[in-house]
Design a protein around this ligand. Sequence first.
Ligand code: CTP
Ligand code: MG
Length: 171
Amino acid sequence: APQINLPELALVALVGASSAGKSTFAAQHFLPSEVLSSDFFRALVSDDENSLEATQDAFDSLFFVAGKRLERGKLTVIDATSVKPDARRRIVDLARAHDVLPVAIVLDLPRSVLEARHAERLDRPFSAAVIGKQMAELRRTLRGLQKEGFRQVWVLRTPEEVQDVQIRRVP
Ligand code: CTP
Ligand code: MG
């Protein structure tokens, strides 16, 4: 099984389109308090976890908390799609500002898997076309992640890989 050796002090970006399984993965491998999700912060500032209008305030709040955690030496996971270079740049910049390692864990599963999951969800009232756009954006830019500044880039491409991966924290 693939093993991710994660530095104890890292800023981890989970990267993937909606329904790629980021929040599920986060819950399996990290403490709830280690995971800062954009939906949660959207809800915190607007009472609606799908509110696009709240995006700016949600991310400002998320990054504020992430910065406080990193100042305290706490590993932090950002659970947002992060399929666009601009979104990832902010993560890399924050990690650098706090002298911690930016790590990307990319969930790049087949579109059919994501669409099937999306179809079952009641909490994502947008069309599957959104997922297609996000996947295209990710695949267009995926090769550049190392160059963007991520010190480790892990790409998981099948549900089996995601299921089997082990995360070990190394000092
Ligand atoms: N799911 C699944 N099997 C997995 C992972 C996820 O069946 N191995 C299901 C979840 O139960 C959920 C859906 O797929 O209903 C999406 O998973 P989620 O972790 O919520 O995906 P995210 O990437 O977090 O999606 P979003 O960006 O919309 O929050
Ligand atoms: Mg999620």
